[in-house]
Design a protein around this ligand. Structure first.
Ligand SMILES: Cc1ncc(COP(=O)(O)O)c(C=O)c1O
Length: 428
């Protein structure tokens, strides 16, 4: 959370509730009343963070847009500054090598490879499992790999994708998977199924953890057909903490995994791709052709080592805080959003709006804007940042920089906007 005494006129803040009019070709949107620039994002529209110009209001910001917004703290910065480095493309960076060694051990995989991002890691995995044109991956229709990675599988790897319906818990029906395997191959009409992709935890489905029983069943299906399983485990460590198991217990059912260091684990950059030795050797080549061969990357890997050693245990705090907020949402005497509490398993909360007149965008705007009445009533301004999400829902994500106290402050704001909304409805 950031806490700032900002110079801003309360009136100017009130004025900021205005309509978005133009979308220009830079992807930025201009508000007519303040001229503030608003970035268009892949989850919706993020409002700008600029403040007004006169007066003085204490404003607290609780940023729940994503766990990617975390900033490295002093210990992590120190480790980065002091990292021993070498040329990582020659495999000579001792800090990268150490991170890869530790990761391989933690994941129960033969080898691991440090790569710049989760998106690149998933793409490299697809390229390394599916090596000929005309090969195919089967994956969930709501997976990050399918929706938010620009179709890199087709665009860059020349690999066809085939989707199956995602269940609310992030799993999918294995009979549907089996029916979509290209049994007709090598008949020249069909692509060749090579790979099944799963996501754990599942982002769009609200941080759901894949049950181990599902992964085990998937493994026996893929073994029958000689297919590989790649897990997009951007938040694998959240899944392991939620299940109280080792990451390797989850990954025993997979051939490869992507794990992000730059999400809940708080590192500024980087992901790990792990699998069998021969797979990682192919991945090294794919990483290079995609421009991911980073040289003195030990500076980044040092943050990654700290992320894996020091940041995993605290993920349970994020899970608890997400649940606390979900509970508060359910306890509102004028219900704004609905959520199944038992489905809040990790640090991502997704809830559907329940009042016909209150859209996800409008809810997020109300949570973010600071009004004079709020400052008077709460003694401070509170900006809670969340994203409108798919299917009329809102997504909020807990992380390193959102404490239990911040969560309580966000709940204060929720209660305040609920009361105001209720008053408006009663007057209407
Ligand atoms: C499930 C999942 N996979 C992959 C990614 C991509 O990671 P990156 O932003 O590092 O490319 C994300 C990013 O949010 C994600 O949520």
């Amino acid at each position: 959370m950031t806490l700032k005494r900002l110079t801003c006129s309360v009136h100017a803040l009130l004025q900021r509730r205005c309509q978005i009019t133009n979308i220009n070709n830079t992807g930025l949107e201009q508000t007519p009343c303040t001229g503030a620039l608003i970035a268009r994002t892949y989850y919706g529209v993020a409002r700008s963070t600029d403040q007004g110009d006169s007066g003085s209001v204490l404003v607290r910001t609780v940023d729940l847009r994503s766990d990617t917004v975390t900033k490295p703290g002093p210990a992590m910065r120190r480790a980065m500054a002091e990292a021993e480095v070498g040329d990582n493309v020659y495999a000579e960076d001792p800090t990268v090598n150490e991170l890869q060694r530790q990761a391989a051990q933690l994941f129960g995989m033969e080898e691991a490879l440090f790569v710049p991002s989760g998106t690149m890691s998933n793409l490299i995995a697809v390229m390394s499992h599916c090596r000929e044109r005309g090969e195919e991956i089967i994956l969930g229709e709501k997976s990050h790999l399918h929706i938010y990675e620009q179709g890199g599988t087709e665009q860059c790897a020349g690999v066809h994708s085939c989707t199956v319906r995602n269940n609310p818990d992030g799993t999918f029906n294995l009979e549907e998977v089996e029916s979509k395997i290209r049994h007709g191959y090598p008949d020249s009409h069909y692509p060749r199924t090579r790979l099944i992709g799963v996501e754990n935890t599942h982002n769009i489905q609200g941080g759901r953890v894949l049950p181990l029983a599902f992964l085990k069943e998937l493994r026996s299906l893929t073994d029958r057909y000689g297919l590989a399983v790649h897990m997009d485990g951007a938040r694998l460590m959240n899944a392991a903490v939620a299940l109280s198991v080792r990451p390797s217990d989850i990954l025993q059912h997979c051939d490869s995994v992507t794990v992000c260091l730059s999400k809940g684990l708080g590192a500024p950059v980087g992901s790990l791709l792990a699998g069998r030795r021969e797979f990682v050797q192919r991945a090294v080549r794919a990483r290079k052709v995609l421009g991911g061969g980073m040289r003195q990357a030990g500076i980044l890997a040092a943050a990654g080592i700290l992320a894996l050693t020091d940041m995993v245990d605290r993920l349970k705090d994020d899970h608890r805080n997400a649940k606390t907020f979900a509970r508060a949402l359910l306890q509102l005497d004028f219900p704004l959003g609905c959520v199944d509490l038992s489905a809040v398993e990790t640090n991502i909360l997704r809830f559907r709006m329940q009042q016909p007149g209150l859209t996800p965008q409008e809810f997020c705007t109300r949570m973010e804007e600071v009004t004079p009445g709020e400052v008077e009533s709460l003694g401070q301004g509170v900006r809670v940042l969340m994203f409108p999400h798919v299917e009329g829902s809102v997504r909020a994500v807990w992380h390193l920089d959102v404490s239990e106290k911040d969560t309580q402050v966000a709940i204060l704001k929720l209660n305040y906007i609920t009361q105001k909304y209720r008053e408006e409805r009663q007057r209407a």
